[in-house]
Design a protein. Structure first.
Length: 257
């Protein structure tokens, strides 16, 4: 019983932290976007009509994600893992953050591709009802969807000697960058977010929501480029925004799947 109580405390703190970051990031993005309506990507759609439904689904999905994260962390605290964590230092924190960053990006890409397989797509389709995503859309997912995409946050504690702060920092970055990527407003289109750079901007994932069959990546475009799933007009679209400073309506970029 004492063990269960200890775990529930860890879970509760993890969930409260995730919810706090979710709302703080969401309201900040809404305030910024309200001042820059010209940066909207899908000018012909209003994604905010679904915000209440998205927030409700997100609170449930964040609970699932918190179970995974807290269970892995709790197992490490108890020594139920393959490797003891590296002592936190000036080199172990960034090193393991970088390792987890690259591995999670690969995990997310292939998990996301798996969710688009017909047999599993029914668990992912609620997320895609947000055709014009908003900051609230990032976590608007089913339990199965969240388990597949976020199981990394349970597994990583068991197979790598990760300092806890490295994983917490990754989850924080993933949460904030994911909400920016779903915000529906473009501020980061530049040379650094198109080929040959592996980095991406908000338009990358927005195209996935509006056209479904492209751009499955999370942090990088690497796996999409290697596997041929990057949107064929993505780089040209980013270059156009970079050169003109204007956000064209992505309705004009539609291609046949």
């Amino acid at each position: 019983m004492e063990l269960l109580v200890d775990y529930l405390v860890v879970f509760a703190l993890t969930y409260l932290a995730m919810v706090a970051v979710y709302f703080a990031t969401g309201f900040t993005l809404l305030a910024i976007n309200a001042r820059h309506p010209e940066r909207r990507i899908q000018k012909h759609r209003d994604g905010m009509k679904r915000q209440a439904e998205e927030i409700k689904a997100s609170l449930s999905a964040l609970a699932t994600s918190s179970v995974l994260m807290s269970a892995g962390f709790f197992a490490q605290l108890r020594g139920w893992v393959l490797f003891a964590p590296l002592e936190l230092s000036w080199w172990s924190f960034p090193l393991m953050f970088a390792v987890c960053f690259v591995l999670f990006d690969a995990w997310f890409y292939w998990g996301h591709r798996l969710l688009h397989v017909p047999a599993l797509y029914k668990f992912h389709v609620p997320h895609h009802r947000s055709i014009a995503p908003t900051a609230w859309s990032n976590d608007s997912s089913t339990t199965v969807d969240t388990l597949i995409e976020h199981f990394f946050y349970f597994l990583v504690w068991f197979v790598l000697p990760v300092p806890a702060l490295s994983v917490f920092a990754l989850r924080l970055f993933d949460q904030i960058s994911g909400m920016v990527g779903h915000s529906g407003f473009e501020y980061f289109a530049s040379k650094s977010s198109r080929f040959p750079s592996p980095l991406i901007c908000t338009t990358f994932h927005d195209l996935h929501h509006s056209q479904f069959h492209y751009n499955y990546g999370n942090f990088f475009s690497f796996w999409d480029r290697v596997c041929g799933t990057v949107h064929p007009k993505y780089d040209a679209l980013v270059k156009s925004m970079e050169e003109t400073g204007e956000i064209p309506d992505t309705e004009e970029t539609k291609v046949k799947a």
